[in-house]
Ligand binder design. Structure first.
Ligand SMILES: [Zn+2]
Length: 239
């Protein structure tokens, strides 16, 4: 039996290796022992924003006057044509959930060193539309949140903030109705799980900030005494 289990384990390992070949996701060079997902050089060169060290950074400024957030930051700049752009693409469309966990760990490590995030309790991933999650097989923001939690010890809470399952087709609606639909896309249940907490809301990329804005709104309105900070893996709002 023991032999069978170890054989199975070996088979799983080979299968994982097949799924996640041991080459760097950015430069495609072979990974050295101890490296995963990115080689040391590509990891070193990620255009980090360092926005977690300052309260008035470009990510935070994008949300100012829109919703009450404690802090906001992103891990790296997401520039079109950058060799790091494909990381998000692989995470979202090519089954590379491991990229989200790995970068979430690195991001979590940085946040641990910032006094601005010292009293965060819980990480809440932005939920995907249920249909999209079914197609993709996972929520990429959940993967990032899990990686963060592994390094910070924060709890991941995925059952409070949810996305409504709209059935009507969007194409029949006017522009205003569609915008309204997006604004009403999120809801909160079992709010007591987040009451009184400092929550870090996590998304893969912040572009206009609209999704995060709606999520913060719903959390603040639905959960008593909650404080919300925001962290995106990538910031596409300009550098
Ligand atoms: Zn590399």
């Amino acid at each position: 039996m023991r032999v069978a289990i170890s054989g199975l384990r070996e088979l799983c390992r080979s299968f994982v290796h097949l799924l996640y070949p041991s080459t760097c996701a950015v430069c495609h060079e072979g990974l050295a022992v101890g490296e995963e997902v990115l080689c040391t050089a590509c990891l070193y060169d990620i255009p980090r924003t360092r926005s977690w060290n300052s309260p008035d950074n470009p990510v935070a400024k994008q949300l100012w006057g829109r919703v009450p957030v404690e802090q906001a930051c992103a891990y790296f700049y997401f520039a079109k044509g950058s060799r790091y752009q494909k990381l998000l693409h692989m995470l979202k469309y090519h089954g590379r959930r491991d990229i989200g966990v790995f970068l979430g760990q690195k991001f979590g490590q940085e946040l641990m060193g910032s006094a601005l995030y010292a009293d965060v309790d819980v990480v809440v991933p932005v939920p995907l539309h249920p249909r999209k999650q079914h197609q993709r097989g996972y929520n990429q923001s959940q993967a990032i949140a899990e990686g963060m939690a592994q390094r910070t010890g924060w709890r991941v809470e995925s059952n409070v903030l949810f996305r409504h399952r709209f059935t009507q087709t969007q194409t029949q609606k006017s522009r205003e109705e569609r915008l309204q639909n997006v604004a009403n896309a999120f809801g909160v249940r079992r709010a007591e799980h987040l009451a009184g907490r400092h929550v870090l809301l996590v998304d893969d990329v912040i572009t206009t900030g609209a999704t995060l804005e709606h999520c913060v709104q719903v959390l603040v309105e639905g959960c008593p005494d909650i404080r919300v900070s925001v962290a995106a893996l990538a910031f596409a709002g300009g550098s």
